[in-house]
Design a protein around this ligand. Structure first.
Ligand code: GDP
Ligand code: GDP
Length: 461
C-alpha cells in the first residue's frame, strides 16, 4: 500500500496545478466510482526519489457559493481521512482568508500530519505570505510555486520523514505478524534502530566540467559495500544514488550524466549550470567541487551563489590536491580567494581532497556532517532575546529623524536553513548594514558557520 498525500485548500490556490506537476503525464483519473472518489482525483506521484499516491480535491468549482463551504468541508474531511498526510495549500499572494482558517481548523482537529504550503511564491513574492502563514499554527510553511516548480526540494524534505515513518510502521506490523516472538528477540540495539530510522542525508556534488565530480562520486561509491544501485531521480539526467559512506546513509545527486549531452550540444557552460541547479534544489548539503589548478572560476561562483540563495548548506572541496607542490601557500591563497569571491558563504568549510587517491575524503565526510548539523540547528527564544539585548546595547540601531528604531523581540522561525524573525519598529528604515551586523553576530555567537542565515524583519510599533 502506497503512502497517500491529500492536497487540500480552497479553490484557486493551485491544487490542480501542483497535482499535475507531481503526477506528470501518467495521470490516473479515478472519477467513475460513486461515493468515495467522485470528487477526488488520484494519481501516482513522484518527487525526487519519493514515490507516493496523491489525492486532489477537484470538482469544487462547480459548486454554487451557498453550498461551497459545506461541500468543501465534507470533501476535505474525506480526503484527509483517506490520506496518511495532507498538504494544505494557501495562496501566498492573496494572504490568509477566512476559508483558509476554516481549513486549518479541520486539519488541526484531524490530528494527522499536515504540511503547510504557501503557493504562488515564485521569486521573492511569497515571503510575506510565508510569514503570515505561521499564524495558522500548523508549523513551518514551505514556499512553493506549483506553476514554476519552485520549493519542490523543500516539499520532498518535509514529506520524506512522513513516508519513512509510515513505511516503518507498516514494516513493524508485518514483522510482528510473521514472527510472534519478535519482542523476545529484540536486543537494545535493534530497538534503537527501529525507533530512530536514519534518514539519508541528501547531497549534491556540483562544479565545472572536469573538476572531478564523477571521480569523487565513484570513489565514495567504491568504498561502499551496501550499494544497491541507482534510483531514478527527478529527471533522467539527475540520478540519486543511495550510499552508506563511513556509516552515514546518504543519497548523492549525481549530475555527471549531463556531460555527454552537453558536449554534443556545445553549450557546456550553460547546461552544466542548469544541471547543477536541479541537483541543488533536491540537496540538503551542496559540495561545490573546485579544480585546484583553476579554482573559483565564474561558473564555480555562480553555482556556489545559487546554492546559498536556495538556502542549502555548502561545503567547498578543492580537488586534485595531489598535483599541488606548495600546499601551504596554495591553501592560504585559496582561503583569500574564497573570502574575496564568496563573502555570502563566510565561514563555510573549505577542504582539500584528491578524488583520485582518496586523500582528504574523511575530512570531506566530517565537513558534510557538520554543515548539515548547523543547517538544522535551533536556538532557543530565551537565548536569542538575551543575545539581542546585548547586541543592541553594544551597538544601538540608528535613529532616523531622531526616532530610534527598536528591535523588541526575536525568535527562530525556521531551520534548514536557520531563519529568524525580529519584531521591530519601522523595519523598512533599518539599514542593511545593521541586518548584516545581526546576521554576522548570529553566525559567530551561535556557531553557525557556512550556513545561509535568513533574517526577517517584521513591523511592530
Ligand atoms: P485549484 O482550484 O486549487 O486546483 O487551483 P488551480 O491549480 O486550478 O490554479 C488556480 C490558478 O492559479 C490557475 O490560474 C493557475 O495557473 C494559478 N497558479 C497555480 N499555481 C501557481 C503558482 O505557483 N504561481 C502563480 N502565479 N499562479 C499559480
Ligand atoms: P567531472 O567532469 O567533474 O565529472 O570530472 P571527472 O571525474 O570526469 O574528472 C576529470 C578529469 O580529472 C579526469 O581525467 C580525472 O581522472 C581527473 N581527476 C579527477 N580527480 C582527480 C584528482 O583528485 N587528482 C588528479 N590528479 N586528477 C583527477
Amino acid at each position: 500500500m502506497s503512502f497517500t498525500l491529500a492536497i487540500v485548500g480552497r479553490p484557486n490556490v493551485g491544487k490542480s496545478t501542483l497535482f499535475n506537476r507531481l503526477v506528470g503525464k501518467k495521470l490516473a483519473l479515478v472519477d467513475d466510482q460513486p461515493g468515495v472518489t467522485r470528487d477526488l482525483r488520484e494519481g501516482a506521484a513522484r518527487l525526487g526519489a519519493l514515490r507516493f499516491t496523491v489525492l486532489d480535491t477537484a470538482g469544487l468549482e462547480d459548486a454554487t457559493d451557498d453550498s461551497l463551504q459545506g461541500r468543501m468541508r465534507r470533501l476535505t474531511e474525506r480526503a484527509v481521512a483517506m490520506a496518511d498526510a495532507s498538504l494544505f495549500l494557501i495562496d501566498g499572494r492573496a494572504g490568509i482568508t477566512p476559508n483558509d482558517t476554516l481549513f486549518a481548523e479541520i486539519l488541526r482537529r484531524s490530528g494527522r500530519p499536515v504540511i503547510l504550503g504557501v503557493n504562488k511564491a515564485e521569486g521573492r513574492q511569497g515571503e510575506a505570505g510565508v510569514l503570515e502563514a505561521y499564524a495558522l499554527g500548523l508549523g513551518e510553511p514551505i514556499a512553493l510555486s506549483a506553476e514554476h516548480g519552485e520549493g519542490l526540494g523543500e516539499l520532498a524534505m518535509a514529506l520524506a520523514p512522513l513516508i519513512e515513518a509510515a513505511e516503518d510502521k507498516l514494516a513493524a506490523v508485518e514483522e510482528a505478524e510473521t514472527d510472534v516472538d519478535i519482542d523476545a528477540d529484540l536486543d537494545g540495539e535493534d530497538e534503537v534502530r527501529r525507533i530512530t530510522p536514519s534518514r539519508p542525508l541528501q547531497i549534491a556534488v556540483v562544479g565545472r566540467p572536469n573538476a572531478g565530480k564523477s571521480t569523487l562520486i565513484n570513489r565514495i561509491l567504491g568504498e561502499d559495500r551496501l550499494l544497491t544501485g541507482p534510483e531514478a531521480g527527478i529527471t533522467r539526467d539527475a540520478i540519486a544514488v543511495p550510499v552508506t559512506w563511513d556509516g552515514t546513509p546518504m543519497r548523492i545527486f549525481d549530475t555527471a550524466g549531463m556531460r555527454k549531452k552537453a558536449k554534443v550540444q556545445e553549450k557546456l557552460e550553460k547546461l552544466s549550470v542548469a544541471d547543477g541547479l536541479r541537483a541543488v534544489k533536491f540537496a540538503e548539503v551542496v559540495v561545490v567541487l573546485l579544480d585546484a589548478a583553476i579554482p573559483f572560476e565564474a561558473q564555480d561562483l555562480r553555482i556556489a551563489d545559487l546554492a546559498e540563495r536556495e538556502g542549502r548548506a555548502v561545503v567547498i572541496a578543492v580537488n586534485k590536491w595531489d598535483l599541488e607542490d606548495d600546499k601551504q601557500d596554495k591553501l592560504k591563497a585559496l582561503k583569500e580567494m574564497f573570502d574575496l569571491h564568496l563573502p555570502q558563504l563566510k565561514g563555510a568549510p573549505l577542504v582539500t581532497v584528491s578524488a583520485m587517491t582518496g586523500r582528504g575524503l574523511d575530512r570531506l565526510h566530517a565537513a558534510i556532517l557538520k554543515a548539515h548539523e548547523v543547517w538544522n540547528r535551533r536556538v532557543s527564544t530565551a537565548r536569542l532575546n538575551r543575545w539581542l539585548a546585548a547586541m543592541t546595547e553594544a551597538h544601538p540601531p540608528p535613529a532616523p529623524g531622531g526616532r530610534r528604531i527598536r528591535l523588541r523581540y526575536m525568535t527562530q522561525a525556521k531551520t534548514r536553513p536557520p531563519g529568524f524573525v525580529v519584531m521591530c519598529s519601522h523595519p523598512d528604515k533599518l539599514p542593511d548594514s545593521y541586518s548584516r551586523y545581526l546576521v554576522n553576530g548570529l553566525r559567530q555567537d551561535f556557531d553557525m558557520p557556512g550556513t545561509p542565515i535568513r533574517l526577517y524583519l517584521r513591523s511592530q510599533a
